[in-house]
Design a protein around this ligand. Structure first.
Ligand code: 5GP
Length: 181
């Protein structure tokens, strides 16, 4: 496992500190509001689990799963809903929690789709932002770290469903994902 990693980009310690700050900001901003946190499966689950434990106000959790068509390291922009929300949203303030925003196509799709259901408000939260590859504009209301154009794994992020359990955010060795494609 360690042999597949080029470098640690964001350490577990740095993640922990930043997630605490994000949780504090969200707790302040949503005080007294009916908050629905929408986790995007599967990549956001580790971040989501840490983040909600740093949010000190009442909230409910729901999940969506989407698949982006394209190769294993690049999105095509076409998004399909694999699992939809179970809760109604009209009486709630929605916060979408994502793992990483790269081209922005996935998050833009989710924002447009959820806005059309008329929640009281809609904001976005991501642990990672890779702005250098953005194709569409999308507002990030809460962001953990801005990173360069590396393919990263760990802290929920996968390559071929592997590496999600690594506690740090790591740069994967290029030959791991260029071999066999
Ligand atoms: P976007 O639609 O913004 O291009 O891509 C969003 C999705 O692409 C993320 O939710 C994630 O699944 C995947 N993705 C983009 N960049 C990376 C990366 O560096 N590492 C991993 N593991 N997935 C990525």
């Amino acid at each position: 496992m360690q042999a597949d990693i080029e470098e640690i980009l964001v350490s577990a310690e740095a993640i922990k500190n930043r997630v605490r700050e994000l949780g504090a900001a969200i707790s302040r901003d949503y005080e007294g509001k009916n908050l629905l946190v929408v986790g995007i499966l599967k990549g956001a689950i580790i971040f989501l689990a840490d983040l909600v434990r740093e949010i000190k106000i009442p909230l409910i959790l729901d999940f969506m799963a989407v698949s982006s068509y394209g190769s294993s390291t690049r999105t095509s922009g076409a998004v399909r809903i694999l699992k939809d929300l179970e809760c109604p949203v009209e009486d709630k303030h929605l916060l979408i929690v994502e793992d990483i925003v790269d081209t922005g196509l996935t998050l833009k799709y989710l924002v447009d789709n959820l806005k059309a259901r008329h929640p009281l408000s809609l904001k976005t939260c991501t642990i990672l932002d890779k702005p250098s590859r953005r194709l569409v504009e999308v507002q990030l209301d809460y962001c953990g770290f801005t990173i360069p154009d590396y393919f990263v794994v760990g802290y929920g992020l996968d390559y071929a469903q592997q590496y999600r359990h690594l506690p740090d955010i790591c740069v994967l060795k290029r030959d791991i994902y260029t071999n066999g494609q």
